[in-house]
Design a protein around this ligand. Sequence first.
Ligand SMILES: NC(=O)c1ccc[n+]([C@@H]2O[C@H](COP(=O)([O-])OP(=O)(O)OC[C@H]3O[C@@H](n4cnc5c(N)ncnc54)[C@H](OP(=O)(O)O)[C@@H]3O)[C@@H](O)[C@H]2O)c1
Length: 287
Amino acid sequence: MSTVAAPEIPNMPLGTASSEEPLERAKPAGTVDGKIAIITGASRGIGRAIALRLAQNGAKILLVARNEGALASVAEEITSVGGTPKAWAADLREAAAPAAAVSAAIEAFGALDIVVNNAGATKRGDFLELTDADWLDGFALKFFGAVRLVRAAWPHLVRRRGSVLNIIGIGGRTPGAEFTIGGSVNGAGLSFTKALADIGIRDGVQVNAINPGWVRTDRLRALLQSTADQLGGDMQAAAEQVVRRSNIVRLGEPEDVANLATFILSAEGRLLQGSLIDLDGGQTKTL
Ligand SMILES: NC(=O)c1ccc[n+]([C@@H]2O[C@H](COP(=O)([O-])OP(=O)(O)OC[C@H]3O[C@@H](n4cnc5c(N)ncnc54)[C@H](OP(=O)(O)O)[C@@H]3O)[C@@H](O)[C@H]2O)c1
């Protein structure tokens, strides 16, 4: 690992808040005003919601995914709410793509404060039918894509006392038969988050993860569809069945993840370090 000079940490008496502003003059909770973020998988679902929410709170965003048209329409949405986006189409399974995304962010905005590793797609199914190619593909995007992006971004994040947020998934804590690749990739992502958070304490970079449970995105819609097919095509009944069987308060929405992400990445969330936060409506029962 290349060594980077540790940033100066303000000399602050023990027991004081980290914000230099008195409480009454502090900015409203959740502000990421003026920060510059890379968000992967930003063309739809959870990544799109995080991009919109951070942009509404004043961040400039490099949106990364493969589909140029979908990225352009998210960029348009962000511009229409007064935000500053730049779309960057890339396949993050390619080894050089993450570093190129970092260069694009620096070229567009001049610095980098936040990396949100969200892009992910792993194949489900019978373990005995999944091939080497399926496994390599799953790790190439969500695990190595994140490792490479963070490695390229780290010196910039150190300079600005920035943040990494990994969107992982509760399957990393509670593996299951149908999700061998996804569970393994997520388990590796959780371990990576903890290790990186340890380095982040030394280098002044905040590192955390959110583990979503069931979140209503295209990916979940496809899963719900197969349940709905057994219930006469009734998607509402399929959703209710998932809620009942998982014993959760409700399905999550992408905005639920975006709200938590914004809090973690704002000044108010700064004490969180190495936290792996389950956002799953109560599904995960592990301590
Ligand atoms: N939804 C859930 O219930 C749930 C639960 C637990 C964890 N998660 C995790 O949350 C993250 C987001 O999930 P989601 O449901 O929002 O997924 P989604 O709707 O399927 O969106 C995935 C995003 O990743 C991008 N992407 C896919 N392959 C890519 C590649 N090779 N290179 C660059 N970008 C790529 C997609 O855009 P392109 O196709 O245009 O590239 C899209 O923007 C994933 O890591 C997922 O594992 C989701």
